[in-house]
Design a protein around this ligand. Structure first.
Ligand code: NAD
Length: 478
């Protein structure tokens, strides 16, 4: 199988090393062999982006609109095929993959519009005859480092604003899922981006990622991934005063109060905790349930989980695809053991499943009788595993929800306007969901969290401008 090359300075560059990209639903299915860069290639990409920057920064908003809009159109037109590629390389179901591909297209079209909408401000000075203008300028070369769990949407929500606001990009996708990022690079290249404006360098975090963190020519780093890597990115960027933003893990609470509609609460839990195989930073891994509804909720949720079809991501009827790889599967199984050792009750799932094809299939696992201080409730597992924590009432639920080192998304199921409003104000999270799953967001509004989940300006929507531009204040005396 031919090596899928990097995109550097407008040229496709196939380096010597290659990495096999295998389908987690079927290990016999080789999705592709993707080039894996060394440091020299990463530096070459940074240099190409630096060379391209002055002209791209001076391009008109209309030029940027046209390119991003064309890319968005192509992604939307090819959503089925891209969604299938995504499902093959990451293991989301086909419907989830197609939905994510469509989201990437919508994001490009949104930021095409932002390219022409972004403006500044003009104010009178406090001094006579002087005017003050506030404008936004691109930063230069930005390094984008992404995780494996949203192989097309996360690259899109970093690439599109970076380019819309006039920056040049060096993108390093997660080693496990280079295919979708490669497809995006191909689409951008054919949309007619000038050479060097967008560069794709695939490979290891410790090689390509480090090169981006260390280079004085990379003005800013946008990172999404684990807390551990995020802290390393922060330390490296802070040491050389580069701008950075981090989106990291979660241990998101979903509160279910006694007055919740049972169906709504169960749907929120099934979707939020288990869809996409639970591999979402916004997954509702802690289900905080009031004692009056607890038993009915657990019974209904268990019934739903046992009816879910776990199988090949591309098979019609599959509800939950495989875990992404053997390492993540090992982590999930270890936490399922830890939960039992801690005294939690495993009411269903948690065992590896055999299917027609060899893959990393895991039965969705539900723990009950858990306490919030257990490791399974404090550490991000990142798999189809959720815990029920029984509480007396709303006040205790709120305290438990906020007692976590994370703060990404927080949900509540209730019919009480009073409790929903109070929760909206007091949940220590960047996003609050009322009678909705903790996962699943819109693209035109800010995305991000607090505490150990996020650092720096928000991503997505108009708020993305904060990260991808710098503010300049000019004083003008005519
Ligand atoms: P990870 O931290 O292992 O890797 C993320 C990226 O960092 C990858 O591209 C990796 O190659 C790169 N990297 C690794 N070491 C590096 C280094 N030394 N220097 C520079 N780059 C390096 O995370 P992952 O396992 O790919 O993704 C899962 C994590 O991502 C979970 O914790 C999840 O919660 C988080 N996540 C967060 C969000 C969010 O928006 N908050 C969204 C999706 C995923």
């Amino acid at each position: 199988m031919a090596l899928q090359p990097h995109l550097i300075g407008g040229e496709w560059v196939a380096s010597g090393d290659g990495r096999e990209n295998r389908n987690p639903s079927d290990l016999a299915d080789l999705v592709g062999v993707y080039a894996s860069a060394d440091k020299a290639l990463a530096l070459q990409a940074i240099a190409a982006a630096k060379t391209a920057f002055p002209a791209w920064a001076a391009s008109t908003p209309q030029q940027r609109f046209d390119l991003l809009d064309a890319a968005g159109d192509e992604i939307l037109r090819r959503r089925q095929e891209l969604g299938e590629l995504l499902a093959r390389e990451e293991g989301k179901t086909l419907a989830e993959g197609v939905g994510e591909a469509a989201r990437a297209g919508q994001i490009f079209k949104f930021f095409a519009g932002e390219a022409v909408r972004t403006g500044g401000e003009r104010l009178p000075s406090i001094r006579p005859g002087v005017e003050v203008a506030i404008s936004r300028e691109p930063l230069g070369v930005v390094g984008l480092i992404t995780p494996w769990n949203f192989p097309i949407a996360i690259p899109a929500w970093k690439i599109a604003p970076a380019l819309a606001y006039g920056n040049c990009v060096v993108m390093k996708p997660a080693d496990l899922v280079p295919g979708c990022a490669w497809a995006l690079a191909d689409i951008l290249q054919r949309a007619g981006l000038p050479a060097g404006v967008f560069n794709l360098v695939m490979g290891r975090g410790s090689v390509v990622g480090e090169a981006l963190l260390d280079s004085p020519d990379v003005a800013a780093i946008s990172f999404t991934g684990s807390v551990e890597t995020g802290k390393h990115v922060a330390a490296k960027c802070a040491a050389r005063l580069a701008k950075f933003q981090l989106e990291m893990g979660g241990k998101n609470p979903l509160i279910v109060l006694d007055d919740a509609e049972l169906d709504v609460a169960v749907n929120c839990a099934v979707n939020g905790a288990f869809f996409s195989t639970g591999q979402r930073c916004t997954a509702s891994s802690r289900l905080i349930v009031a004692e009056g509804i607890h038993d009915r909720f657990v019974a209904a949720l268990t019934e739903r989980l046992q009816a879910l079809k776990v199988d090949h991501a591309l098979k019609p009827g599959t509800d939950i695809g495989p875990v992404v790889d053997d390492q993540q599967l090992g982590q999930d199984l270890r936490y399922i053991e830890i939960g039992q050792q801690e005294g939690a009750k495993l009411v269903c799932g948690g065992e590896r499943l055999n299917r027609e094809t060899e893959g990393y299939f895991l039965a969705p696992a539900l723990f009950t009788e858990t306490r919030n201080d257990m490791r399974i409730n404090r550490e991000e597992i990142f798999g189809p595993v959720a815990s029920v924590i029984r509480v007396k009432n709303y006040d205790e639920a709120l305290a438990v929800a906020n007692d976590t080192p994370f703060g990404l998304s927080a949900g509540i199921c209730t019919r009480s306007l009073k409790h929903a409003s109070h929760y909206r104000r007091h949940a220590e999270a960047g996003m609050v969901m009322v009678n909705l799953p903790t996962a699943g967001v819109d693209y035109h509004v800010p995305f991000g969290g607090r505490k150990g989940s996020s650092y720096g300006p928000r991503e997505q929507g108009r708020y993305a401008v904060e990260f991808y531009t710098g503010v300049k204040t000019s004083y003008i005396a005519p």
